[in-house]
Design a protein around this ligand. Structure first.
Ligand code: CP
Length: 311
């Protein structure tokens, strides 16, 4: 395969052009039967990925490892830093130097913002940022965009509401950066203390993207094509008192959808895990697409792995 992605590493979603995103989505679509185990594919045979997770994860780690294995590749790594030599004080830079000698690609999740950028400077193999503190989560955004495209036919032309912890939520930072590359209208829904960071809003203004900020989710529901809910990121708050002040800010229930003029084809996304921001009674509605979104993690990450390793 020719090199179709200009960058060797994936640190932020802006490492891709819109054309490159389309290449990933087209390939991911072709790989859905492989992701579902209905078609055999050995394109990653002989390839080894190192998954280095310094923070907890279910979806990102399992879908990267599942994507490798479904395509004939293998994985090494750790799910808890306590089982690695980080526990003995080894620096991230040294761990990356070593892991890059053992593998063909590194998937890194780390609690420190900027960790993936640093890792990319010490690695001889591609580094994928699987979440760096409150910074970025670009592969989550790939599957978010893929799901919007799958469900709505296109990304441009949609009014997208992003609700919850917009200050600490890395998925919404990456998603907003990505949506600024398309023609969308954005509504940010958050408590005043958890607003989208100023520098991201400034970037939207520079890119000519219109947005509004509201606190009440009911104010926004009627106009949306996509509602992207997120969890309040408890682990990033300076104290439990600060967290408790905003902990239960949003709780979407089926009754809210029934009692509002919500568009019948509005889709509800969530990067998951959820805590209590979406009631289980929303799950069976045709609007709820968050489990489908999570499943899309496999074909999208398969496509990315294949392109980065040029297989
Ligand atoms: N969406 C997401 O990143 O989930 P995990 O933290 O379970 O990987």
């Amino acid at each position: 395969m020719n090199k179709e992605l200009k960058n060797d590493h994936v640190v932020t979603i802006k490492d891709f052009t819109v054309d490159e995103l389309e290449i990933i989505f087209d390939l991911a679509e072709d790989l859905v039967p492989v992701a579902e185990g209905k078609k055999k594919n050995d394109d990653l045979y002989g390839k080894l990925a190192a998954t280095l997770f310094y923070e907890p994860s279910t979806r990102t780690r399992l879908s990267f490892e599942g994507a490798m294995k479904r395509m004939g590749g293998r994985c090494i790594g750790f799910a808890k830093p306590g089982t690695s030599s980080a526990k003995k004080g080894e620096t991230l830079a040294d761990t990356i130097r070593v892991a890059s000698g053992y593998s063909d690609l590194i998937v890194l999740r780390h609690h420190r913002e900027g960790a993936a950028r640093l890792a990319s400077k010490f690695s001889d193999v591609p580094v994928i940022n699987a979440g760096d503190g409150a910074g970025h989560h670009p592969t989550q955004t790939l599957l978010d965009l893929f799901t919007i495209k799958e469900e709505k036919g296109d990304i441009s032309g949609n009014h997208i509401g992003i609700a919850g912890d917009l200050k600490y939520g890395r998925t919404v930072h990456s998603l907003t950066h990505a949506l600024s590359m398309y023609d969308t209208e954005l509504t940010f829904i958050s408590p005043p203390s958890l607003k989208m960071p100023e520098e991201i809003l400034k970037g939207l203004t520079e890119d000519g993207i219109s947005y509004q900020e509201v606190e009440n989710i009911d104010e926004a529901l009627d106009d949306l094509d996509v509602l992207y809910m997120t969890r309040i990121q408890r682990e990033r708050f300076p104290s439990s008192k600060d967290y408790e002040e905003v902990a239960r800010s949003y709780h979407l229930e089926k009754k809210m959808l029934d009692d509002s003029d919500t568009r019948s084809d509005m889709i509800i996304l969530h990067p998951l895990p959820r805590v209590d921001e979406i009631s289980a009674d929303v799950d069976p509605t045709p609007n709820a697409k968050y489990f489908r979104q999570a499943a899309n993690g496999i074909p999208v990450r398969m496509a990315l792995l294949k392109l980065l390793m040029e297989c």
